[in-house]
Design a protein around this ligand. Structure first.
Ligand SMILES: Nc1ncnc2c1ncn2[C@@H]1O[C@H](COP(=O)(O)OP(=O)(O)O)[C@@H](O)[C@H]1O
Ligand SMILES: [Mg+2]
Length: 325
């Protein structure tokens, strides 16, 4: 964030990587004292350094227009499979109303971010370990709690959360469904958005509505798409084509097909046992789909990530000021 008091309105990065502060208005007629200039330059360098802190971590919000399309199962299975592939994965259960990730994974988190906010626990103390060493970050009951903190408290917390995100390869956010402001906050704060859609017509129209709002109100232009549950790969591709057809006509967005998950009752058996299907039935239809999806994610390019701006998820979430693109 540029420091306007120091006379800086934005930062530019030169070809040689050097950060340059661009003065706010900076009228030549106004004399800026030397101390002010030095202070400005110092703030610019320090803030500039922070602004371009580049994280290697992929941050993907998994979302949907309609509920019950398998987001949590996808997040849990992707997390499990990717950690089997040797990736470090952190999952945030951000479905603040209907979060069930812990139930799916057979976990009972005692603490969540609210305890960190209250100063009772540290970030690392609330993180729990799920199947396959996946880390789970239990969400607070609302984002409001984070917004209510003072700047100093927020910064301390963001630093700890940034460190946690930086320590993993993939940060998956299991959001709620629909276009409520909470869901939009999580989606618009995430560098990458993966929409889950089922072949039902209502799910398709809701997925379209979600992408429309994210595109028109939050300037998001790239979406990854997963079809679940699909009867066949042909059916899944038809769903993708339908969405692309309307989106091409009415929206200026790009939809990237990531794949599908076939209907498989073993998923339900896993849910009952509170285990991910990829762990207990690794060779079933759904598990094979999750494995291909995981591979595809790491082959795909991270979208929406402007150079030097791959993180700051929490700052965006709480302040909701910075937008991509
Ligand atoms: N590919 C699939 N085949 C069969 N059942 C599925 C599949 N994907 C999800 N389900 C079932 O659908 C229900 C909703 O899944 P869930 O992951 O909780 O959805 P969401 O998080 O989107 O609300 C669960 O009962 C789950 O077992
Ligand atoms: Mg869910």
């Amino acid at each position: 964030m540029p420091d306007r008091r120091a006379g800086i309105s934005r930062y530019e990065q030169k070809n040689n990587g050097e950060i340059r502060a661009v003065n706010h208005k900076a009228p030549s007629s106004k004399v800026i004292s030397l101390t002010q200039r030095i202070a400005g330059r110092k703030a610019a360098t320090e803030k500039g350094k922070r602004e371009i802190r580049k994280s290697h971590t992929r941050v993907i919000a998994v979302t949907s227009g309609k509920g019950g399309v398998g987001k949590s199962n996808i997040v849990a299975n992707l997390g499990f499979v990717l950690s089997r592939f040797g990736k470090k994965v952190l999952i945030l259960d951000a479905d603040l109303g209907l979060g069930n990730l812990d139930v799916l994974l057979g976990l009972a988190p005692k603490y969540n971010l609210s305890h960190v906010i209250a100063g009772e626990k540290t970030v690392s103390e609330i993180v729990i370990e799920g199947p396959g060493n996946v880390k789970i970050l239990p969400a607070p009951s609302g984002i409001q709690e984070l917004s209510d903190l003072t700047d100093k408290q927020q910064n301390r917390m963001f630093k700890a959360l940034d460190l946690l995100i930086d320590s993993v390869d993939l940060f998956l956010i299991d959001t709620g469904a629909g276009i409520s402001s909470n869901v939009m906050h999580f989606n618009s704060s995430s560098p990458e958005i993966m929409v889950v859609v089922s072949p039902e017509p209502t799910s398709i129209t809701d997925a379209y509505a979600l992408m429309k709002v994210l595109s028109l109100d939050y300037s998001r232009k790239h979406f990854k798409l997963v079809v679940n549950p699909a009867r066949s790969s042909k059916e899944a591709i038809e769903v993708y084509k339908q969405l692309v057809l309307v989106a091409d006509r009415f929206l200026d967005i790009e939809i990237e097909y990531m794949g599908h998950v076939l209907i498989d009752d073993n998923i339900k058996k896993g849910v009952k046992l509170q285990k991910v299907v990829s762990e207990i039935y690794p060779d079933t239809k759904a598990s094979r789909c999750f494995a291909s999806l995981a591979k595809k994610i790491f082959e795909s390019q991270p979208s929406n990530v402007p150079e030097g701006d791959t993180n700051f998820f929490w700052r965006k979430l709480v302040r909701n000021g910075t937008r991509y693109e």
